[in-house]
Design a protein around this ligand. Structure first.
Ligand SMILES: [Zn+2]
Length: 165
């Protein structure tokens, strides 16, 4: 999975994410992915998701698009770094128009650089979650360090932290 471009709109950044042939594009083809995702980023459990089926994101995790997981990981990274947790995302695709395995991941932002940073940082995290799940083979991503980088970026951009509930 690669992020090949990010376009900044008035309120939303639009990342184009491309899956190579043979790469998992649905989470159901990755054993244990929901458990590993929640273990790595427990905040995903509380995510709401407008999926029309009344499912929470945690329930949807077992069988959804990997690009949709990328969206939620990016939004969670932003929230952990102090962005308003009202910012949401959306994942769309039109394989007929764009080609098979091409997704658009749209993220609302209060700061475009932070949203782009979160998307870029989310790619290797989701790549690891879709990998063999062997910690000895590849160390888990350092989410804490990622969040610290994004928080520092917010600080340098002089953005206030969202009030904690
Ligand atoms: Zn969702």
């Amino acid at each position: 999975m690669r992020c090949i471009s990010i376009t900044v709109g008035p309120r939303t950044v639009d990342a184009v994410v491309v899956f190579a042939p043979g790469e998992s594009i649905r989470t159901c083809s990755v054993p244990d992915l929901p458990v590993r995702a929640i273990a790595l980023m427990p905040g995903l459990r509380g995510h709401r998701c407008d999926n029309g089926a009344g499912l929470t994101f945690a329930q949807e995790l077992a069988d959804t698009e990997v690009a949709h997981l990328l969206e939620h990981v990016a939004v969670e990274l932003m929230a952990l770094a102090g962005s308003p947790d009202t910012l949401a995302g959306q994942t769309t695709w039109d394989f007929h128009r764009d080609g098979r395995g091409v997704f658009h991941v749209l993220i609302d932002y209060d700061d475009d650089l932070v949203a782009m940073g979160a998307l870029t940082e989310a790619v290797p995290i989701v790549g690891w979650l879709c990998g063999p799940g062997d910690d000895a083979h590849e160390a888990p991503p350092d989410v804490r360090a990622t969040v610290a980088r994004l928080r520092e970026l917010r600080r340098r951009r002089s953005l206030p932290d969202a009030p904690t509930a």
